[in-house]
Design a protein around this ligand. Structure first.
Ligand code: R5P
Length: 291
């Protein structure tokens, strides 16, 4: 359990219901941006022993710099056990050196978080080549929750006996758990990426003719992965394609691109604030913080 929740102003949509669910006070971190881009951060003058800081890491770079300041400041102000609640944990996809000399960002960001926090709670982190969040934050407690069954339940209620489909093999565990909980058919595609916005997808040997399909993935960024998969599904006779993702990054024209590809509905959890948010992570985060 925690004694107090800390959050930046732009996290209010999740922070307020989370503090209410836990019945603990919520304190805002005041931030002043200096003209040169630096931040001045102000926390409560005294803090209790067990504090959680809510900070999602979409658009992560500036937020990481602020965590580097907030975490030691919180300890100076009295915190003994500091938890980071990070619904979207950035930099998890860069988990190996794809070119010689390339930094393995997952490892270095994880090590930095392990230096600042005692426990990191996140949702559907992109763990492909490591098996657990404990490995991401070495020597600390890492907790990986999943929105897959919530998204699967939503899909089952809002689409007609859908096939749940993951756009790549990495999505297989999420799709399987979402589908099995609802007794739905499921499968995964094979994806090849040749650039930030260049993606090819091969559909599995399932019959999509006359079926509604819901694409399930952990994260949508440019939306290319989902758009090319939706196009292929409609060409194979699917009657409707919806998408359900945990982390709705949807950069630039991503949502328009999905609409142009024929996607009917875009659904997401509220890990990243977005118009597509339909599934609340609050009960799941509150339960993890009570543990
Ligand atoms: C990668 O493997 C992830 O699971 C997503 O499929 C990917 O990040 C989506 O990226 P984009 O929306 O830019 O295609």
């Amino acid at each position: 359990m925690i004694d107090l929740l800390l959050a930046f102003d732009d996290e209010r949509a999740l922070a307020e219901p989370l503090s209410a669910a836990l019945d603990v006070p919520l304190h805002r971190i005041e931030r002043h941006r200096f003209p040169d881009g630096e931040s001045r951060l102000r926390l409560p003058a005294r803090l209790p022993a067990r504090v959680a800081l809510l900070r999602g890491l979409h658009r992560p770079n500036e937020k990481l710099a602020e965590l580097m300041i907030v975490a030691p400041a919180a300890r100076e102000l009295g915190v003994d056990r500091l938890t980071l609640v990070c619904p979207y944990l950035a930099y998890m996809r860069q988990d190996m050196a794809f070119q010689p000399g390339e930094a393995v960002s997952q490892r270095h960001v994880g090590q930095a978080l392990a230096g600042w926090f005692d426990r990191v709670i996140t949702v559907d982190p992109h763990l492909h080549r490591v098996s657990s969040m404990d490995q991401v934050v070495p020597g600390r407690r890492g907790v990986a929750l999943s929105a897959a069954t919530l998204l699967g339940a939503w899909a089952a209620r809002h689409a007609q006996r859908p096939i749940l489909l993951g756009p790549d093999e990495e999505a297989a565990p999420w799709v399987r758990s979402a589908a099995q909980a609802q007794g739905l058919e499921h499968g995964t595609c094979i994806k090849q990426r040749s650039g930030d916005r260049e993606v090819c997808v091969a559909l599995p040997q399932l019959s999509f003719e006359g079926r509604e399909v819901v694409l399930i993935d952990d994260v949508a960024s440019t939306g290319r992965t989902l758009a090319v998969t939706a196009t292929a599904l409609l060409q194979r006779g699917a009657t409707a394609v919806d998408v359900a993702v945990t982390h709705a990054l949807f950069v630039d024209d991503a949502v328009a691109l999905l609409a142009a590809a024929g996607v009917r509905h875009v659904w997401s959890s509220d890990s990243v604030p977005h118009a597509s948010n339909v599934v609340s992570l609050v009960p799941m985060l509150a339960a993890a913080l009570r543990g």
